[in-house]
Design a protein around this ligand. Structure first.
Ligand code: HEC
Ligand code: HEC
Length: 244
């Protein structure tokens, strides 16, 4: 009997290790073939496997500047997201999802659609990931900010931190987005859309956990997230818009 228990527990442990095995990583540092959490279409996988050329990405970014701005900082009113410093894995998936229609974005669709091939996505992602975060962005700064941030922090630590990280830094090789330094109005809109089924390309677990939060709670979480800035990724005052 003892032997059977031992054999069983060893088998269970082996299964747990097999699951914890990291997915193979491409030259660009992003997963090869499917994400651990979602099967990806061919184009997305192909872009993830390419090594991005930052210089070429910077040139291609001319297409995007009119909305996302030269700094890739987006707009504090939350209409346009900040892209600077986002993980390349997230950027590639979102661009490919937007052009395949998996994420509905009619304003940007024509611009995503003209990108010729997966190498364009890899190059743009390499350029954008290398840009630093602006310390000045759309934080929540209403009179009750301190209280909202405290409430949001508790909720975030409970339901979101395991994936999005203690500083909102996300997880690059899993495609979990950086939330730190993002405009709070954009975060709030995305969380509401994910919760309400209007952004179906999101992570299933993410959709499920956001479902247990009401609008007030999401506002508090957005206030907290936008107060985070991950160390080492923020632009020095007056430095060029580069991490290095
Ligand atoms: C006409 C304005 C416009 C242009 C031009 C544009 N975008 Fe966007 N983009 C948007 C908007 C608006 C959103 C957010 C949509 C939403 O709220 O869901 C967005 C979202 C994104 C996202 C998802 C960000 C995230 O955090 O999930 C990425 C990545 C992106 N854009 C990259 C680009 C790139 C690269 C280009 C150039 C090829 C580009 N965009 C051109 C308007 C634009
Ligand atoms: C199981 C991991 C997981 C958990 C738990 C999780 N998320 Fe996410 N979240 C993700 C992934 C993955 C995405 C990107 C989905 C996609 O590809 O569109 C995402 C996207 C987001 C976005 C949109 C970011 C952007 O740039 O567009 C926000 C905001 C967000 N999550 C907030 C939260 C909050 C708040 C919680 C807790 C209530 C939470 N997440 C819990 C994995 C998770």
């Amino acid at each position: 009997m003892k032997k059977l228990v031992l054999a069983l527990s060893l088998a269970l442990q082996a299964a747990a290790w097999a699951q914890a095995e990291p997915s193979p990583v491409s030259p660009a540092g992003v997963p090869v073939k499917d994400y651990p959490w979602q099967a990806l279409p061919g184009e997305t996988n192909e872009a993830m496997e390419r090594k991005g050329d930052r210089k070429r990405g910077e040139r291609l970014y001319a297409l995007c500047r009119s909305c996302h701005l030269a700094s890739a900082g987006g707009s504090p009113d939350g209409a346009i997201p900040r892209l600077a410093g986002q993980h390349s894995s997230v950027l590639i998936k979102q661009m490919a999802d937007i052009r395949s229609g998996a994420r509905h974005n009619p304003a940007m669709y024509p611009f995503a659609a003209v990108l010729a091939d997966p190498q364009d996505l890899a190059d743009l992602a390499a350029h954008l990931e290398g840009l630093c975060l602006q310390a000045e962005h759309g934080r929540y700064d209403a009179a009750d900010a301190e209280q909202q941030v405290a409430v949001g922090r508790a909720l975030y630590d409970q339901a979101c931190r395991t994936c999005h990280g203690p500083n909102g830094e996300g997880v690059r090789h899993k495609g979990y987005p950086v939330l730190a330094g993002q405009h709070h109005r954009y975060l709030l809109r995305q969380m509401t859309e994910i919760r309400d089924g209007r952004r179906p390309n999101a992570h299933r677990e993410m959709i499920a956990v956001s479902g247990s939060h009401n609008d007030d709670q999401l506002l508090a979480i957005a206030a907290y997230q936008s107060s985070l800035l991950p160390p080492g990724k923020v632009c020095e005052a007056k430095a060029p818009n580069r991490k290095r």
